[in-house]
Design a protein around this ligand. Structure first.
Ligand SMILES: NC(=O)c1ccc[n+]([C@@H]2O[C@H](COP(=O)([O-])OP(=O)(O)OC[C@H]3O[C@@H](n4cnc5c(N)ncnc54)[C@H](O)[C@@H]3O)[C@@H](O)[C@H]2O)c1
Ligand SMILES: O=P(O)(O)OC[C@H](O)CO
Length: 299
């Protein structure tokens, strides 16, 4: 029998470490990162790339460059764990990965999943999205009993939902920080859900993805808890902190910041009505959140 390691997580941030913890219940799982970490089965990138199965958990804005500089395709099956849209180009992650990995070899993880809970072994449900059901069937047995997995072929729906909810979580954090009340927050979240669905439809996403775990599930989680980094960005903005200060305090990625730029760009290009995401982008650029509130109420 070959001793070749079968599965590796690339990226040892919060989510990479949580996925590594979870997958290690069922089989030996490697993990790698730019800087060595004191984690069981930590390995170098080359060893990781030689695994048959990979989970890539590096921030969305770094993926394009990272793939160009580091990735070597050796017929691995890949699950992408990142949630975001590339801000410079407006590309979805599946478009970026398509230059390096064939469609049948790639899937995307979505659904409500704070790393801090997964790493405690608390129950959760995830969607593995791929045009290949075979790929889902191959990855499914790697997940531990406390994670229920679902299959969906709607890759773009999952991607839009996972990326968009981060922007809406910033808006919801602002709402909380400005003490606008639970009525306002519920309205914001539900109109946000309509907005992300409208945006996704333009790119071929299915409605069902937005009312399930990938859309409503992840949005309700992230936009209602200060466990979310994006939500905490919103809280900071409402307290008139500068973005630099907020991100420095956070010390982790808040994908909604850059994704709001991507949505702003794409919504202009395709003429999609995205009022909440647009206001988030403008507040991140310095607009007073109270002026954004007035504009949203009157639009
Ligand atoms: N934390 C969560 O609860 C959670 C859950 C689901 C999805 N995600 C998504 O997973 C992705 C990663 O989030 P995270 O929580 O692990 O973030 P994090 O800030 O905790 O860690 C990011 C990791 O990426 C690495 N990294 C940064 N730039 C890199 C580069 N150029 N090349 C290689 N590695 C690089 C960093 O060293 C760090 O280890 C994000 O897209 C996030 O939206 C996070
Ligand atoms: O902490 P956030 O805002 O990056 O959210 C983490 C996950 O995406 C929740 O599913």
């Amino acid at each position: 029998m070959s001793n070749k390691p079968k599965i590796a997580v690339i990226g040892a941030g919060k989510w990479g470490q949580a996925l590594h913890f979870a997958l290690s219940f069922k089989q030996e799982t490697y993990i790698t990162s730019r800087t060595p970490r004191d984690i069981k089965n930590f390995t170098d990138l080359n060893t990781a790339l030689n695994c048959e199965y990979l989970i890539i958990a590096i921030p969305a804005q770094q993926i394009k460059q990272w793939l160009k500089e580091n990735f070597v395709f050796k017929n691995q099956k890949v699950l992408v764990a990142s949630k975001g849209i590339e801000a410079n180009t407006g590309e979805f992650l599946n478009e970026i990965y398509a230059e390096h990995v064939p469609e049948k070899n790639i899937g995307f993880i979505s659904g409500p999943s704070f790393a801090a809970e997964v790493i405690q072994g608390l129950p959760c449900a995830l969607v593995l999205n791929s045009t290949s059901k075979k790929l889902y069937q191959e990855f499914k047995p790697f997940f531990p009993d406390f994670i229920k997995t679902y299959y969906s072929a709607d890759v773009i729906g999952a991607e839009v939902a996972g990326a968009y909810k981060n922007v809406l979580a910033i808006a919801s954090g602002i709402c909380e920080g400005l003490h606008l009340g639970k009525n306002a927050q519920a309205s914001l979240i539900s109109r946000g859900l309509v907005e992300m669905q409208r945006f996704g439809k333009n790119f071929g996403a299915k409605k069902s993805s937005f009312i399930g775990l990938s859309g409503a599930g992840d949005l309700f989680l992230t936009a209602s808890s200060n466990m979310s980094r994006n939500y905490r960005v919103g809280l900071g903005l409402a307290q008139n902190k500068s973005l630099e200060e907020i991100l420095e305090e956070l010390g982790e990625v808040a994908e909604g910041v850059k994704t709001s730029e991507a949505i702003y760009k794409l919504s202009k290009e395709y003429n999609i009505y995205t009022p909440i995401a647009n206001e988030v982008k403008l507040v991140l650029d310095g607009k007073n959140p109270k002026d954004s509130l007035k504009d949203l109420l009157n639009s």
